[in-house]
Design a protein around this ligand. Structure first.
Ligand SMILES: C[S@@+](CC[C@H](N)C(=O)[O-])C[C@H]1O[C@@H](n2cnc3c(N)ncnc32)[C@H](O)[C@@H]1O
Length: 214
């Protein structure tokens, strides 16, 4: 089974119970808070969220943006997100099934954002180069994921291809993809038991970068 299919199967199987873990909802709140503080959106931005999952971040970002395309490769996760958008009357969210980088929508956005999805993507530098083609000049990316960890974060390894990322490596990839004004902060710290049973802090970085106007 290839990595893409492994992720689809993993998240389809988890979709209906994904939101039952309060740690995930707290992380969504923490990451949304950090993203909104860093981005200070005007409310006129069009946005792409990839790896939107069940919308734990989407539901907090969408009210502050003009329109959000919420993309994910798992139909199960998107089923939960569609119901959430209906329940919360989030009429500015377009839910789209697709995998990055192959099925990025054929349009450009003012903002591309994501949380906890990059570590499932094999070719992250290639994805960042593809994202640069889908961001308007002057637009931004906001990417949150695990800082480099020792492999103890995931109890299930199916579909996980990176044990987090070193910030200097991610920053270099963003610059190589053509982004500037690269800035890192810590969006959230998740405390939980690692695979060996010992509790640890897992910091989650937020990288914000801008595509030059020219
Ligand atoms: C760990 S979950 C995070 C979901 C959500 N961002 C959150 O914070 O709750 C990762 C999500 O990325 C999706 N995903 C994984 N690889 C993907 C890819 N290549 N393209 C699009 N979505 C992907 C999965 O289906 C899943 O919904």
């Amino acid at each position: 089974m290839d990595n893409k299919q492994a992720n689809v199967e993993r998240f389809n199987a988890k979709a209906t119970e994904w939101d039952d873990d309060p740690g995930r909802a707290h992380m969504g709140q923490g990451v949304a808070h950090a993203m909104l503080a860093a981005l200070q959106p005007t409310g006129r931005e069009t946005a792409l969220e990839f790896g939107a999952g069940t919308g734990l971040l989407t539901r907090l970002m969408a009210p502050r943006l003009a329109r959000v395309t919420a993309l994910d490769s798992s139909s199960g996760m998107l089923g939960v997100l569609r119901r959430k958008c209906a329940d919360l009357h989030l009429a500015n969210v377009d839910v789209v099934e697709g995998s990055v980088p192959e099925q990025l929508p054929d349009q450009r956005f003012d903002l591309v954002y994501s949380s906890m999805t990059l570590h499932h993507v094999e070719d992250v530098p290639g994805l960042l180069r593809a994202l640069a083609r889908h961001v308007n000049p002057g637009g931004r990316v906001a990417l949150a994921d695990l800082d480099a960890e020792d492999g103890s974060f995931h109890r299930e390894v199916q579909g996980v291809v990176h044990h987090g990322f070193a910030r200097e490596v991610m920053g270099g990839w963003l610059r190589d993809a053509g982004f500037g004004d690269v800035a890192f902060s810590t969006a959230w710290t998740m405390r939980r038991e690692g695979t060996d049973g010992a509790a640890r802090d897992y910091p989650i970085f937020l990288a914000v970068a801008r595509k030059p106007e020219h």
